[in-house]
Design a protein around this ligand. Structure first.
Ligand SMILES: [Zn+2]
Length: 161
């Protein structure tokens, strides 16, 4: 029973965070973002797990790292429909969905190397100007930099620190 297996993966963590319902294919992107933020984090990844009806999902477990809403905001661009489960003593003590915010402040580096944010001590600011109608599909999210006013697709932020 694949569903039982998925459940066990979620429950097998004592303390930490489980990011569930990541769109299949986005798990590795999120994994690399997490590793940039915390190279010591103990991560377990499940790819292409069955998700309810016919879909597939990715799932990431992080031992000993209890996510805040700020931690989640960084992942919102890549998996706005994901669910964050905070685990203590093998139980889910808090659960929230990530959701795509109106703007990202201080999260991403502007892909435009001429942007003033690279030379001035300011937080990067991006406004979400296009969001997918169906977030589970692979439609693009567009962000506009508040400083250089250029627009960028979400895929451009995958590598940026
Ligand atoms: Zn910019």
């Amino acid at each position: 029973m694949p569903d039982t297996k998925t459940k066990l993966m979620v429950e097998a963590i004592q303390t930490g965070t489980v990011i569930d319902h990541i769109p299949a294919g986005k798990g590795l992107t999120i994994l690399s973002r997490l590793q940039i933020r915390n190279a010591q984090a103990r991560l377990t990844v499940g790819l292409n797990l069955p998700s309810g009806g016919s879909g597939l999902k990715d799932l990431i477990k992080i031992d000993e790292w209890r996510f805040t809403e700020n931690d989640a905001a960084e992942l919102a661009l890549f998996a706005p429909d994901a669910t964050v489960n905070i685990i203590e003593d093998y139980r889910v003590v808090k659960k929230f969905s990530i959701g795509l915010p109106e703007r990202f402040v201080g999260v991403f580096t502007c892909p435009n190397t001429n942007c003033i944010t690279h030379n001035e001590p300011v937080d990067s600011r991006f406004t979400v100007i296009q969001r997918p109608a169906q977030p589970q599909r692979s439609a693009q999210v567009l962000l506009r930099c508040d400083y250089c006013e250029r627009s960028f697709a979400d895929t451009l932020f995958t590598e940026a620190g």
